[in-house]
Ligand binder design. Structure first.
Ligand code: ZN
Ligand code: FE
Length: 270
C-alpha cells in the first residue's frame, strides 16, 4: 500500500502504512511549511515523506507510549529538533518527550486547534487528539472494534469509548491499526447470536464495503464516527435492546458494562 492523502479544513493528512498493520499520520498544515507526525512508529518512513515534500518535521504527537507508536520519536527529534507531545502521566516512558498534555488541553498551532482527550483503558495515559473533524484515537477505538485493555479496567475503557461516542457523527476516525476485517468477522459472529437484524445488516453492509476496499488495496481506515456508531459492536452496548438481546444470549447482566466486558473478553479469545 502507498501513502494516501486526505484533505481536511486547514491541512492535508497523509496516511503511511508501516510495519504489519500500523498507520503513521503525517499532517501538513496549510498555514505553515512544516509537518507534524502522529504516532511515528518508524523514523525513516516519516523522514522520507517529509523530505519528499520539503517540509521539516516540527511536531510529534503520541497517543500512547507503546513502541509501535513511539519508536521513531528519538531519531526524529534528534534530526529535526521537533517538539514531542505526550501525556503528562507518560512523561517517564515516552522517548524524547518535550511537551506534556492532559485531558481538556487545547493548543492552537499553525492555525489549527488541537483538543486533547485523556482516554484510559488500553493504557493509563492514552490520549486522543481532535483536529477539526479528524479524530486521532490511537488504540482506543478501532474501525469496527476497540483496543485491548492492557493497563486500565473495563469500566475505564467503556467510559473512554462513551466520550468518543458523544462526539459529532461527522468526525473521520483515524485509528492506528488496520484491523477492520478481523473486527468485522468478530462483529458478524456476535450478530449471529443476537436478535438484532438492523445491526446485523449494518455489519454485513460494512463487510462488503471493506472487502471491496481491501481487494482494491485501499485502506479501510478512516471510517466516520457515524459508521462506528452504526456498526461497531463495542458502541452498541448503551442501547437497551442490544443489552437485552445480548444478556439473553450470553447470560450476562443486562447493563452496558457487563455486556461490554463480555464482548471484550470474547474478542480476546476469538
Ligand atoms: Zn497500543
Ligand atoms: Fe498499537
Amino acid at each position: 500500500m502507498k501513502p494516501v492523502a486526505y484533505q481536511h479544513h486547514g491541512f492535508t493528512l497523509w496516511q503511511l502504512p508501516v510495519l504489519r498493520d500500523n498507520y503513521i499520520y503525517v499532517l501538513f498544515p496549510e498555514a505553515s511549511h512544516t509537518a507534524w507526525a502522529i504516532d511515528p512508529a518508524l523514523a525513516p518512513a516519516v523522514r522520507r515523506h517529509c523530505q519528499q515534500h520539503q517540509r521539516p518535521l516540527a511536531h510529534i504527537w503520541n497517543t500512547h507510549h507503546h513502541w509501535d507508536h513511539t519508536d521513531g520519536n528519538s531519531q526524529l527529534a534528534e534530526y529535526y529538533g521537533c517538539e514531542v507531545w505526550a501525556a503528562a502521566s507518560d512523561a517517564q516512558r515516552t522517548p524524547a518527550v518535550t511537551q506534556l498534555l492532559q485531558d481538556g488541553d487545547h493548543r492552537c498551532i499553525d492555525g489549527l486547534n488541537i483538543e486533547v482527550l485523556h482516554l484510559p483503558g488500553h493504557t493509563d495515559g492514552h490520549l486522543a487528539f481532535c483536529i477539526g473533524h479528524a479524530l486521532f484515537c490511537g488504540d482506543v477505538l478501532f474501525s469496527a472494534g476497540c483496543g485491548r485493555i492492557f493497563e486500565g479496567t473495563h469500566a475505564q475503557m467503556l467510559h473512554s469509548l462513551a466520550r468518543l461516542h458523544a462526539l459529532d457523527d461527522a468526525f473521520s476516525v483515524y485509528c492506528a491499526h488496520e484491523y477492520t476485517e478481523m473486527n468485522l468477522i468478530f462483529a458478524l459472529k456476535v450478530a449471529d447470536t443476537l436478535n438484532d437484524e438492523t445491526w446485523r445488516q449494518a455489519c454485513r453492509q460494512r463487510w462488503h464495503q471493506v472487502q471491496q476496499l481491501r481487494a482494491d488495496k485501499k485502506p479501510s481506515v478512516p471510517s466516520t464516527l457515524a459508521e462506528e456508531k452504526r456498526s461497531n459492536p463495542f458502541l452498541q452496548v448503551w442501547r437497551e435492546d442490544f443489552q437485552r438481546s445480548y444478556a439473553q444470549a450470553h447470560g450476562c447482566a443486562c447493563d452496558a458494562l457487563a455486556v461490554f466486558t463480555h464482548l471484550r473478553e470474547w474478542r480476546n479469545r476469538g
